[in-house]
Design a protein around this ligand. Structure first.
Ligand code: 5GP
Length: 180
């Protein structure tokens, strides 16, 4: 049976059950425990969407890390090009540190690219990313995406931190936009 929900004017259909998402998060946590045990990174969570994934992930990490948050937003200029602006900046000193970015989704990679530029400018020693979901068909960069929970098709999704106009972040399952 398909399960649909309504958020504002749009319908969404259940796409990835929470059990599968939880398994994917555990796998990412295991990879991080393996790779960072001896030299923990500073963990940088992107607001707002990644807080849900970060909360689930962090509980399973077996190393101690400093946690920091950053909020970027795409700024619609007069042209169609997207320029990222920083709404909440980086508080921690990242110079000569390993940094692990926590993301809810990597789509085109624009957000990731902006973060890499910012962290590189500030002298981070190593920059990696762990993302709950990724859309490989939409991804436009050559930068490696190091830890990926679930790859999804290039369609709009909500749930587990991902929203549609502010709603849907609390959904435990991931839902895909329903198109008739
Ligand atoms: P980027 O293109 O920079 O990789 O992703 C930009 C931002 O677009 C993401 O951080 C996320 O906020 C939003 N985004 C991209 N794809 C989706 C999607 O399928 N669902 C939701 N809710 N947001 C998305």
């Amino acid at each position: 049976m398909t399960e649909t929900i309504q958020l504002h004017d749009k319908k969404f259909v259940k796409f990835i059950p929470s059990s599968q998402i939880d398994e994917a998060i555990t796998e990412v946590a295991q990879q991080l425990n393996r790779d960072y045990q001896d030299d923990p990174p500073l963990i940088l969570v992107t607001l707002n969407g990644a807080i849900v994934f970060a909360a689930d992930l962090l509980k399973q990490l077996q190393f101690s890390s400093v946690l920091s948050c950053i909020k970027l937003s795409s700024y619609q200029g007069t042209s169609s090009t997207n320029v990222m602006k920083t709404l909440i900046g980086l508080n921690e000193d990242v110079k000569d540190k390993r940094v692990l970015i926590i993301e809810d989704i990597v789509d085109t990679g624009k957000t990731y690219e902006t973060l890499v530029e910012l962290l590189s400018e500030k002298g981070a020693k190593e920059i990696r990313i762990a993302t709950l979901t990724m859309k490989p068909d939409a991804y436009k960069l050559d930068l490696p995406v190091h830890y990926v929970g679930i790859t999804i098709p290039d369609k709009f999704v909500v749930g587990r931190g991902l929203d549609y106009e502010g709603l849907g972040r609390n959904l435990n399952d991931i839902y895909q936009l329903y198109t008739e």
